[in-house]
Design a binder for this molecule. Structure first.
Ligand code: NAP
Length: 279
């Protein structure tokens, strides 16, 4: 569709932004849905975020994605923060309507939908997370919203893991460990989901992997990695060798985008197209 004066503007704000796959994914989705929208990469230096937030309003953008390093800092410039973003403590999607900017977080729901696409449910189950950063926090919110029974966080820095767990103790059974501890390994023996939430193994450092004693991991556990490049990290390779069901981060990327697409357009996203352009 040709860009014209009526074309609705959407973008992704980040720094750097040139490697983002979101413009390709969303422009393909808008075209497939026959919608007159365009999705632009918007490189914004950290010290220019306030100006950029005002500029997006002045320029009439109707929606924005927000990515590293702005997901937390952007919150102070918004008029309304949805519960999804309050829980995660970060905004990845903004809807602009009638001069009001509302912040949402679609990562948690995106992750849960990526599990559902494999017919995996969370209710009553036990999840073990590796890593205690922003993505881990989003995953925890999604798991709690979908009635997980118990969450265990393992990280290289036990204090960070414990700080993260402390935010959610009112909502579920949640425990934190140094991931090198024997007591952490013991927690993997009866987990239903093992979810990797660090950048270890992401391109170009594909030889890296988190410390997991695979001989002790429950054989029936579903193993997820939030990384999508490469599609099979060393971590997922190890899991596949032991016949675990494996799920990489592509589904989360597509599904968080599909939730954002619906917030902006009011229509359900053409998810198959979004999956296929990423291939
Ligand atoms: P983050 O906030 O920076 O947190 C990263 C976590 O990994 C922290 O716990 C950090 O520990 C740990 N970590 C980093 N480098 C490490 C290393 N060399 N050894 C051990 N631990 C290390 O990042 P994030 O936003 O949570 O993202 C984590 C991963 O999820 C990234 O690979 C990202 O691409 C992926 N992700 C994917 C999607 C998707 O849609 N598929 C969405 C969001 C994120 P310290 O705190 O001790 O540094």
């Amino acid at each position: 569709m040709e860009i014209n004066g009526k074309t609705k503007l959407i973008g992704v704000v980040g720094w750097p932004i040139e490697h983002s796959l979101s413009p390709r994914m969303h422009n393909a989705a808008f075209a497939a849905a026959g919608l007159d929208y365009v999705y632009l990469p918007l490189p914004v230096q950290p010290d220019k975020l306030k100006d950029a937030a005002a500029g997006l309003k002045s320029l009439g953008f109707v929606g924005v994605n927000v990515t590293i390093p702005h997901k937390v800092a952007i919150m102070q410039y918004l008029d309304h923060i949805d519960r999804s973003a309050q829980m995660v403590g970060a905004v990845n999607t903004i809807v602009m309507q009638d001069g009001t900017a509302s912040g949402y977080n679609t990562d948690a729901e995106g992750f849960i939908r990526s599990l559902q696409a494999h017919n995996i449910t969370c209710a009553g189950k036990k999840a073990v997370l590796l890593g205690a950063g922003g993505a881990a926090r989003a995953i925890i919110c999604g798991l709690i919203d979908h009635a997980i029974d118990k969450i265990v966080i393992g990280a290289r820095d036990a204090r960070k893991a414990d700080g993260l767990a402390g935010l959610f103790r009112d909502y579920c059974n949640i425990y934190a460990y140094d991931w090198q501890q024997e007591s952490f390994t013991r927690e993997t023996e009866n987990c239903d989901l093992l979810i990797h939430c660090t950048p270890l193994g992401m391109f170009p450092n594909i030889a890296a992997e988190p410390p997991v004693n695979w001989l002790r991991v429950n054989h029936g556990a579903v193993v997820c990695d939030l990384i999508y490049n490469p599609p099979r990290t060393r971590f997922l390779e190890q899991a596949a060798l032991r016949n675990h069901i494996i799920i990489n981060g592509k589904g989360m990327l597509v599904e968080q985008g599909a939730v954002a697409f619906q917030l902006w357009t009011g229509q359900s996203a053409p998810r198959e197209i979004m999956y296929s352009v990423l291939d």
